[in-house]
Design a protein around this ligand. Structure first.
Ligand code: HEC
Ligand code: HEC
Ligand code: HEC
Ligand code: HEC
Ligand code: HEC
Ligand code: HEC
Ligand code: HEC
Ligand code: HEC
Ligand code: HEC
Ligand code: HEC
Length: 315
């Protein structure tokens, strides 16, 4: 078996940003100014026009929020709002929390400050996306099943108390995903399946939790087995004799994607049951009373396609 690490795909950025704004009802004038995407795919950030004098700077926030400012240098967001040449200096805290003048003038009245825990998931996510919509991998969040299911960025990421340093995650994958998808945990625990515990394959190799144009938030299309063949390159055509079983639904016509009780993650125990779902009229020469015919791949061995035999007797 030959494997190659899956690549990344994404959405066209700008329609997705506009889509999100429509979805959240954000008018273009109400959001901080968006500049071009940086190399990392993070959009440069600027204070919302007209409210520049409401920003106090991170140094001011740190006067009272000592722990938060002390932890900032270790966070990838350190300096995220710094390049704006604002008289208050580094605006990092306020790039997420919004301008702090009222909160500071009221001696830190929490009512005067954005509290993310009480915000609607869609509002939390759109705050994050003011910068992260520049990245192809995250721009589609607004139309993802996760967004539709009421999940926000902060269900999986924590700005101030992440449990995993990498990507500020609230817990490592797959545990993070299993916490809401116990059914998938059962799939992967099945007798034969992709083994996630050794870390060779991850949920993120097949799914983009930030959404994708494919069904099931998949990283690549299923059609012609594209997603699966990105690792299983020996199953990728073109073959001289293609088996047209994968053309529409992809490899999951015959396999489960996560795992199953059957060998090779097949959908059925006997291959004959699988094959006759399409080959309803198996050749008359085939004697089904003979046990050999319960396993069609005893003879049709090159079932994924062949360069030398029309009936898949050999590769
Ligand atoms: C004068 C002291 C002071 C300053 C300056 C200050 N805060 Fe606060 N802040 C507080 C106090 C007190 C609370 C309420 C107790 C707590 O949550 O720590 C608070 C609460 C918060 C909360 C939580 C709100 C909630 O509803 O739970 C956030 C977020 C916050 N501050 C952000 C900021 C930011 C950003 C700045 C800089 C613009 C800032 N603070 C400046 C004193 C201050
Ligand atoms: C990348 C966005 C972001 C930045 C930058 C940021 N915060 Fe927060 N902050 C959040 C979110 C989101 C929460 C809600 C809790 C959570 O999900 O971690 C939060 C929560 C808080 C709270 C409530 C108590 C807590 O820890 O949960 C305080 C106080 C606070 N932030 C202060 C600050 C200060 C001060 C800075 C600058 C040093 C800052 N924040 C920078 C996103 C941010
Ligand atoms: C002011 C712009 C800005 C905002 C708003 C913002 N981020 Fe970021 N974020 C950045 C920058 C800049 C980086 C670092 C760039 C990089 O390494 O690619 C970053 C990095 C990250 C990373 C990657 C961490 C790593 O280890 O590489 C995560 C996860 C993240 N942000 C989540 C969030 C979440 C969740 C929110 C909303 C609560 C948010 N961000 C809001 C600018 C922002
Ligand atoms: C369902 C969980 C989940 C949600 C919701 C989620 N993320 Fe992530 N995020 C992850 C996981 C897992 C990774 C690491 C693997 C990867 O690259 O996809 C990650 C990675 C990232 C990274 C690191 C860069 C990278 O390579 O992808 C950034 C930045 C990020 N997320 C931002 C966001 C923002 C912004 C939102 C909300 C709009 C968000 N995430 C919502 C799970 C989530
Ligand atoms: C906080 C809860 C939560 C977490 C954590 C979470 N999900 Fe989800 N996920 C949901 C909800 C809610 C839906 C919406 C559909 C549903 O009700 O099952 C969903 C749907 C999905 C779907 C189906 C998409 C579709 O279009 O049918 C996939 C795939 C998925 N999640 C993958 C993941 C992966 C991978 C992770 C880990 C990186 C993850 N989820 C983490 C809550 C979560
Ligand atoms: C080898 C690729 C692959 C990996 C790894 C993978 N998935 Fe999937 N997953 C798929 C495919 C393919 C589908 C079917 C999508 C469809 O047909 O709509 C799917 C469907 C799903 C669904 C929706 C249907 C269902 O079974 O409930 C969820 C939720 C899901 N996956 C979660 C996860 C989680 C959580 C992980 C990691 C623990 C994970 N997946 C790892 C390929 C994968
Ligand atoms: C990220 C790379 C990757 C992707 C994508 C991937 N696989 Fe795999 N697959 C593997 C690895 C590695 C193994 C070896 C077993 C293991 O360690 O999990 C494997 C094993 C298998 C096996 C054999 C299991 C056994 O019993 O030996 C089948 C069948 C399979 N994959 C089908 C699929 C299908 C169907 C898809 C698409 C839904 C897919 N794979 C996508 C990496 C991948
Ligand atoms: C027509 C049904 C069918 C389709 C479609 C199909 N497979 Fe299979 N696959 C099988 C059968 C049957 C076996 C068991 C072969 C045996 O008995 O030797 C198998 C075995 C495998 C194996 C393990 C043994 C080996 O040959 O490496 C992998 C990996 C695999 N398939 C991946 C894929 C991928 C990737 C795709 C999509 C490109 C795919 N399969 C599409 C029926 C199918
Ligand atoms: C999703 C439907 C589907 C499934 C399931 C399926 N096939 Fe096929 N198969 C096709 C199609 C479509 C063709 C090409 C059209 C044709 O010639 O019948 C084909 C062609 C073949 C051929 C070549 C026939 C010829 O005349 O060129 C053989 C042999 C074959 N399949 C065996 C199998 C075996 C063995 C299995 C089970 C492991 C299987 N198929 C499962 C759809 C399927
Ligand atoms: C003992 C070996 C053997 C087994 C097992 C076997 N086949 Fe065949 N198959 C053949 C041979 C030999 C041919 C070509 C001559 C013929 O038509 O009998 C063939 C031809 C076919 C064809 C093409 C018929 C055509 O029109 O050209 C299909 C489709 C097919 N088999 C499906 C299956 C299915 C489905 C199974 C499992 C239920 C299966 N075979 C099991 C040996 C086998």
């Amino acid at each position: 078996m030959l494997f190659r690490r899956n690549g990344r795909t994404g959405l066209p950025v700008f329609p997705a940003i506009l889509g999100l704004m429509v979805l959240t009802g954000v008018a273009l004038t109400g959001v901080p100014e968006l500049l071009g995407a940086t190399q990392q795919g993070v959009l440069a950030w600027k204070p919302a026009p007209g409210s520049e004098d409401q920003y106090m700077g991170a140094e001011m926030c740190g006067m009272c929020h000592v722990d938060h400012i002390a932890a900032l240098p270790d966070n990838p967001h350190a300096g995220a709002g710094a390049g704006t040449e604002h008289p208050s200096g580094d605006l990092t805290c306020e790039a997420c929390h919004g301008p702090g003048a009222e909160h500071v003038n009221a001696s830190g009245d929490p009512e005067m400050m954005v509290n993310f825990t009480e915000k609607e998931p869609v509002d939390v996510s759109s705050t994050c996306l003011t910068c992260h919509a520049g990245s192809m991998r995250h721009a589609g969040y607004g139309t993802s099943t996760h967004m539709a299911g009421g999940i926000s960025c902060t269900d999986c990421h924590s700005m101030h108390s992440p449990k995993v340093d990498e990507y500020l995650k609230t817990s490592p994958t797959p545990a993070l995903c299993y916490s809401c998808h116990p059914g998938s945990m059962a799939d992967f625990a099945a007798a034969d399946g992709h083994r996630l515990e050794n870390g060779i394959i991850r949920c993120e190799d097949c799914h983009n939790p930030h959404g994708s144009p494919e069904r099931g938030m998949l990283n690549r299309p299923m059609i012609n087995g594209e997603l699966c063949a990105s690792c299983h390159i020996d199953k990728r055509g073109p073959f001289v004799y293609e088996h047209q079983a994968s053309t529409v639904e992809g490899c999951v016509t015959c396999h489960t994607p996560h795992g199953s009780a059957n060998r090779f993650m097949l959908k059925t125990n006997r291959t004959s049951e699988l094959c006759i779902t399409c080959h309803i009229e198996a050749p008359t020469t085939h004697n089904f009373a003979d046990v050999r015919y319960q396993d069609c791949t005893t003879c049709h061995t090159a079932i994924h396609g062949s360069d030398s035999h029309r009936l898949f007797f050999r590769r």
